[in-house]
Design a protein around this ligand. Structure first.
Ligand code: NAD
Length: 457
């Protein structure tokens, strides 16, 4: 059987080798999931919830070790690995509290012996092809509500977060979820491709736009439920009445947290001309304050670039921006290895002619553009094929609301950024994807509304 070699992106060291699934093992696992799903659906929801409660407790028990695994295989700063796991606990609590309400059978008509009900029946066997940048969050957004609502899950973690995926499977098994009800599939694109060929009832994907489109094309003739949570090029506008220093501190964090490798990282900043220079100065100062280095150190804020290939994307965006007249204020180059490192990079005087303002950077890099007024800012914010999140910084709620109401984006932020809440739906416009996770809608996403017509006579 082929082995997957797992390297630490911060050091280049080989940290593990794990056997990869084959087309045959993927097929066998899919058949076993199908066979196991009916019993899981029949298991009372209280018992399913009990398994997830035990899973949550196991995460708490092993939190430091799980954070260390994620940091070793992704280069995520250890503080952020712990934050992700702690954040997941809140998401689990939301799912546990909300699943009954979200999936209760509704009686919508009851008269003259005729009753009409809507049941939220599980989809059946669902596949989850996941990303590496927040493996617990983006995986958990899918497999936790999917399991709670009675589905069997075939889970393919990213090849860059395999050890985390295996840890998730181990903890779920320990919590009482039968092996075939949650099955992990190890490997990269080929294993993902083999998975979508199986008889599945839903495909929930998190990853890049390019892969999402390929999966949608492959599934087109199959007419199964498809959700795609894809990339973004998320804009923020800083108005002239905002405090430039406070906005800069908040947005430097929003742009560089997780080494800029977040789907909802701030990727474009527009600043009103009246406070532009003060903002830029404060922004650069904030970014200079970030400690770059060993992801296992508690002091580190900027870690490694998880995928070596992304270094070429960042280099190309820097070269393109410089050639087109952008002003480089910080960084703009790789840092010496071993491992994959990029200096936090800040550009001013950028335009929408530059890839930096059009294509996802997915690294510690940002472009700042001066704007004349709110209308120009809004027009530039919407000048994108993506639409995951967008924000406005101003003390004036009416002004913020009037801009945000017209931004084409799944989530909008007033005086905050790079934020996800389990209580709110997570979705994107345009090339940021289709479907949603989180909120009660993101629980119902794993069910189909089944119509019951009941005549009592
Ligand atoms: P990716 O598209 O390279 O890989 C995602 C997953 O797809 C991996 O598990 C990979 O093995 C699998 N895959 C690759 N080719 C495949 C194929 N042909 N068939 C089936 N599966 C295949 O993405 P990535 O690098 O893991 O993740 C980064 C991207 O994810 C960024 O664009 C980021 O913005 C996006 N993302 C979005 C969200 C969101 O909620 N919208 C959250 C996290 C990440």
């Amino acid at each position: 059987m082929t082995q997957l070699a797992i390297h630490n992106p911060a050091t280049g060291a080989l940290i593990a080798t794990v056997p990869v699934d084959t087309a045959q093992t993927v097929g066998a696992k899919a058949l076993a999931a199908r066979a196991a799903q009916t019993n899981w659906q029949r298991t009372p929801v209280a018992a399913r919830k009990h398994c997830i409660v035990r899973f949550r407790a196991a995460i708490v028990d092993e939190l430091d070790a799980l954070a260390a695994i994620m940091t070793a295989e992704t280069g995520k700063p250890i503080r952020m690995s712990r934050n992700e796991l702690n954040g997941l606990l809140g998401r689990i609590d939301f799912f546990l509290e909300s699943v009954d309400r979200a999936t209760a059978t509704e009686t919508v008509f009851d008269q003259d012996g005729m009753t009409e009900q809507i049941e939220h029946a599980p989809l059946g066997v669902v596949a989850n092809i996941s990303a590496w940048n927040y493996p617990w969050f983006v995986g958990g957004n899918v497999f936790i509500p999917a399991l709670l609502t009675g589905n069997a899950v075939l889970y393919k973690p990213s090849e860059y977060a395999t050890m985390t995926g295996l840890a998730i499977a181990r903890l779920l098994r320990g919590a009482g979820i039968p092996d075939q009800v949650f099955t992990v599939l190890v490997g990269g694109a080929e294993v993902g491709a083999a998975l979508i060929e199986q008889r599945i009832d839903g495909l929930f994907f998190t990853g890049s736009h390019g892969t999402g489109v390929r999966i949608a094309q492959a599934l087109a003739p199959r007419l199964i439920k498809l959700q795609l949570e894809l990339g973004g090029k998320d804009p923020t506008y800083v108005c002239d009445d905002a405090d430039p220093r406070l906005a800069a501190e908040s947005l430097a964090d929003g742009a560089m947290y997780n080494t800029g490798q977040s789907c909802c990282s701030v990727e474009r900043i527009y600043v009103h001309e009246k406070i532009h220079d003060a903002f830029v100065e404060a922004f650069v100062e904030s970014v200079r304050g970030f400690t770059v280095g060993d992801p296992t150190s508690d002091d580190t804020y900027i870690g490694a670039i998880t995928r070596a290939a992304q270094l070429d994307v960042l280099d190309a965006q820097v070269a393109d921006a410089r050639a087109k007249g952008a002003r480089l204020l910080l960084g703009g180059h790789r840092l010496p290895g071993p491992g994959n490192w990029y200096a936090p990079t800040v550009f001013a005087d950028v335009t929408h002619e530059m890839d930096l303002m059009r294509e996802e950077s997915f690294g510690p890099m940002i472009g700042i553009q001066k704007v004349r007024n709110d209308d120009v800012a809004l027009q530039l914010m919407n000048d994108t094929r993506y639409g995951l999140t967008a924000g406005v910084y101003t003390p004036d709620e009416v002004r913020a609301r009037s801009v945000l109401a017209h931004v084409h984006s799944g989530s909008v932020y007033w005086n905050c950024c790079d934020r996800v809440s389990p209580r709110l739906p997570w979705s994107g416009y345009g090339d940021s994807g289709i479907g949603l996770t989180l909120s009660t809608y993101g629980i119902q996403a794993f069910t189909r509304p089944k119509a019951w017509h009941l005549r009592r006579t």
